[in-house]
Design a protein around this ligand. Structure first.
Ligand code: SAH
Length: 221
């Protein structure tokens, strides 16, 4: 059996067990738990094929260091481990707050556009995409599609999805931890990423920065 297939099977079994526990605990956690699960699965389905493809693309240089690794771990902790822990065990319930029953569904107003933008940015970046900061051997500057007006649409998408998490999970820790961890990563990583892109693409990147916004489209350009 190929390791991809084994990975798929293990992933499906883990997802099925988590889903089973979430359904069982639905009266405790409310619908937000299933909405959060759906958003996570959606992100996974969008990302996995790109992650596999990216392993086959040659890298020219990388800015991955220990700080980046710690920040990436922080994002996994805040966006997956802590929410899953709370929804599966209730160990963080001391930090719960109460919301009306319709409340978790408002999270879809963030998560659904987030999923759309997450997919579009992966498609538009194509083989230039990587989990960490890397320049590929045949890296091209992408300025079309969702990159036309925003420099970091994938980060905008992730902020939207973790805002969804904050609404799906009515817990001060497990709800907000995704936004907090990704916010930290964004603050540290973006200047390094932009400096790396400027070093690689020079004036073309400067011009691109002038006419684009970081997370939201620049008005009037
Ligand atoms: N910050 C971007 C991309 C995140 S993926 C976003 O939020 O959409 C990170 C990788 O994308 C980096 O290693 C960088 O090499 C690459 N990248 C970022 N912007 C790019 C662009 N406009 N064109 C090509 N590659 C880009």
């Amino acid at each position: 059996m190929r390791s991809n297939q084994l990975g798929n099977i293990i992933g499906l079994i883990v997802a099925a067990v988590i889903l089973g526990v979430f359904v069982w605990r639905l009266p405790i956690n409310g619908w937000g738990s299933l909405l959060w699960f759906g958003a996570m699965v959606g992100m996974g389905i969008i990302r996995v094929p790109h992650e596999r493809q990216s392993k086959t693309v040659e890298t020219a240089s990388s800015k991955q260091d220990n700080i980046e690794n710690v920040l990436l771990f922080g994002v996994s902790l805040g966006s997956a481990i802590l929410p899953a822990l709370q929804l599966l065990t209730g160990w963080l319930s001391f930090a719960n707050y109460s919301v009306p029953s319709f409340w978790p569904f408002l999270g879809l107003l963030f998560a659904l556009p987030g999923l759309w933008l997450f997919r579009r940015s992966h498609v538009d970046l194509g083989e230039n995409w990587s989990v960490t900061l890397e320049i590929r051997s045949e890296h091209g500057l992408v300025t079309n599609g969702v990159y036309n007006k925003i420099r970091h649409p994938m980060y905008s998408a992730i902020f939207l999805l973790y805002a969804g998490q904050a609404i799906f999970i009515h817990n001060w820790i497990a709800g907000l931890s995704g936004l907090f961890a990704f916010g930290l990563m964004y603050i540290v990583r973006t200047p390094i990423e932009e400096a790396m892109m400027k070093e690689q693409f020079g004036q073309a990147y400067d011009d691109y920065c002038i006419r684009t916004g970081r997370l939201v489209p620049k008005m009037g350009s």
